[in-house]
Design a protein around this ligand. Structure first.
Ligand SMILES: [Zn+2]
Length: 424
């Protein structure tokens, strides 16, 4: 049966290319969340023709949702002949802005040298296309499928996924008994299995001062200088500490195999008006946003506590040092076990199709798996799909056609095993 499935996937080369092109041609740019409904309907129409039940779920009231930019998700399901587990393939439909430096039309779906080019080709319309081809082929070849197959196209992954996977997970779309195994075809390379991601904490630190005339700063208290003292603490104490924190998680690239901190933004004093000079004032406020990525070995309390302890030290050491700290975003690290069913099934698929052992990785940044774990309480979830991660969000983004074909075969084999349709 497997040989027949593989041969048929191979024969669908033109189909997978056309599908990828047509998905790229729907410019689902986020923000603002352009063309979500036509993209969801395109997927829905195609799956309906193959006998899938199609449901559109709007992320009503989620950030950015409006009459002009509805957060339209599509969830489709094919019921097999016999009862059994459900395998769900989840792809985000949104793509990031185009940016500069393109040599091809980013929304034409240009095919050149065995690759399909366009914004979202790699992240992740190529992966979506591969998963659609995988399930369609299974349905054509296998009369008595066990369990069920699902394909979803969801919104807003690039901006946190609240109107997409998070919304659906809250409504039970990513929980047993409806769904048992989830594969997210993000572009992690066809021979690699992504088990999860590091954690995220975004915090905003504000230092407070006192406004006064800039010619007599001694009458006020400069919030920017207080922030400068905090930044010195970060340099001298926190950065060296983070360097020490290594992880057992196989994060790729290797440089991310430790804790990291990015200072996302800083602003003190008057907002720049663009025109003319600012008025001479001592700034009474300075705000700084921290983007801290943390490891499975660390807790959120510890991560936050490190920053609080620097700030508390400054309260003791510096006259009039006052601060506030606001949590902006928290995502816990997640890592599916290597012997989990979905991991084993995909690893076997990689061995069969590519004749090599799978590589296991952890993503430095988070993706929709967080919502499936935290809100769906479903932990048998990985990211696996064609495309090279480094191409994501770049000019002249592309996905390799052979890579899509190979990963579609891997997905098909994994789905047949996980539904119990074929034995391992
Ligand atoms: Zn993505």
């Amino acid at each position: 049966m497997l040989e027949e499935v593989f041969a048929r996937v191979e024969a669908k080369r033109d189909d997978i290319v056309r599908l990828t092109q047509e998905l790229i041609q729907i410019p689902t740019i986020n923000p603002p969340g352009e063309a979500y409904t036509p993209c969801a309907e395109y997927i829905g129409r195609r799956m309906a023709r193959r006998g899938f039940q199609v449901e559109y779920v709007r992320g009503e009231g989620s950030p950015g949702d409006s009459a002009r930019y509805p957060r339209t998700n599509v969830v489709t399901r094919f019921e097999g002949r016999n009862p059994g587990p459900c395998v769900h393939f989840n792809s985000h439909m949104d793509v990031v802005e185009v940016g500069k430096g393109w040599t091809v039309d980013p929304f034409a779906g240009v095919v050149k040298d065995g690759k399909v080019y366009g914004r979202g080709a790699c992240d992740m319309k190529g992966g979506l296309a591969a998963s659609i081809i995988a399930v369609e082929t299974i349905i054509e070849c296998v009369g008595n499928l066990n369990g069920a197959l699902e394909i979803s196209g969801t919104v807003d992954e690039e901006s946190g996924g609240l109107g997409g996977v998070a919304y659906l997970a809250q409504k039970g779309y990513f929980s047993p008994p409806r769904v048992d195994h989830v594969i997210i075809p993000e572009p992690l390379q066809k021979d690699r299995i992504c088990l999860g991601h590091r954690g995220v904490w975004w915090g905003e630190v504000e230092t407070h001062g006192e406004i006064a005339h800039g010619s007599m700063p001694f009458l006020g208290d400069c919030a920017v200088r207080h922030m400068g003292a905090f930044m010195e603490k970060l340099e001298k104490r926190l950065y060296p500490l983070l360097e020490q924190k290594q992880t057992e998680m196989p994060v790729t690239p290797k440089e991310a195999r430790r804790s990291t901190l990015n200072i996302n933004s800083i602003h003190g004093g008057q907002e720049p008006s663009g025109e003319g000079l600012p008025s001479p004032c001592v700034p009474d406020s300075c705000r700084l946003v921290l983007d801290r990525r943390f490891l499975i070995e660390e807790s959120l309390d510890e991560v936050r506590g490190e920053v609080v302890s620097l700030l508390e030290d400054l309260c003791r050491e510096r006259e009039n040092f006052r601060y506030s700290l606001k949590d902006l975003l928290e995502v816990l690290p997640t890592m599916t076990e290597k012997d989990a069913p979905v991991v084993r099934a995909v690893a076997e698929g990689i061995e069969t199709v590519l004749a090599k052992p799978a590589e296991y990785i952890i993503s430095p940044g988070s993706y929709d798996q967080k919502h499936i774990a935290r809100l769906g309480h479903l932990y048998d979830c990985i990211a696996y799909g064609p495309g090279i991660l480094e191409m994501a969000h770049r000019p002249d983004e592309f996905v390799g056609i052979d890579d899509m074909i190979d990963s579609a075969k891997v997905m098909a084999q994994a789905a047949l095993v996980l539904t119990g349709t074929i034995a391992r």
